[in-house]
Design a protein around this ligand. Sequence first.
Ligand code: NDP
Length: 287
Amino acid sequence: MKIDFVPNLTGVFGSPVAENPTVLMMEAGYKALGLDNWKYLTLEVPPENLKEAISSLRTFNMKGIHLTIPHKVSVLEYLDEISSTAKTMGAVNTVMNIDGKLVGENTDGKGFMESLKKDAKVNPAGKNIVILGAGGAARAICVELAFANVDSITIINRSTKRGEELAQLLFESSNVTVDFLPWDNLLSLPSDVDILVQATSIGLYPNKEKPSINYDSLKPGILACDVIPNPPQTEFLQEANSVGAKTLDGLGMLVYQGALALTMWTGKEAPIKEMKEALSGFFARNG
Ligand code: NDP
């Protein structure tokens, strides 16, 4: 057997990044596939070192990297190529190193779409979507939905400026019918909503809050989705469930975005079950 002690390096650049559990899911994926020579490093990279850190992908022949807060937007200027959806979103969360060419992709929204299809078994085509939030997660999800033949997207956000900017982006880059509503006080949902996506940071561990919504305005049978992965059963999803909505948690989105990155880097089909178990086990112990 040929001896080769040089590992295939992947990882995440962020700041602060110490509490990011992605390594558990990615290394569980490598292990399940028998990719003993693949490693995932959690690397603290302050903003002023991002350029150098990205350049080190070539130096160490790293196969790819995830980007998290605060690098998803600033990384764009250091890449050789950017996928069309990541370009529209203006954010990259995954980089592939193809023989020295650094290619940026955004798998956050794609992870949501996979979870919608595989976990909730829902095709969003022809549906009316309401999305709460207009930050990075909402932006990534909206761009994917806008190109999936949905009927309409209504963005509801606390800050009018951010909400209107996202509505304008969708209006300019797609043919979807888009609307923005400001979020003040208790929110009552439009009556024709089919899929409600909670894409704000409300409810992320250790915060136990839920969005200020009149939950009785949710029609039974609609699909309520949350982007919050920890805890998977947020207060929002519990309230939605209690009024008869179907629910989809944010853990699936997180797992599928990592699974897509694993496939981009290794060329192998990702072991979803093992990757999901690694994360849900961690959240159960630390949530
Ligand atoms: P951003 O900071 O970019 O955006 C946060 C959004 O939440 C904004 O729309 C903000 O509104 C809104 N918001 C925050 N607090 C409140 C509040 N009290 N009331 C009303 N609106 C509020 O964050 P991201 O979009 O990057 O991330 C959002 C969440 O999504 C995070 O918790 C993250 O963990 C999760 N996420 C999950 C992923 C997954 O794979 N499951 C992937 C990526 C993110 P405003 O504009 O008014 O400030």
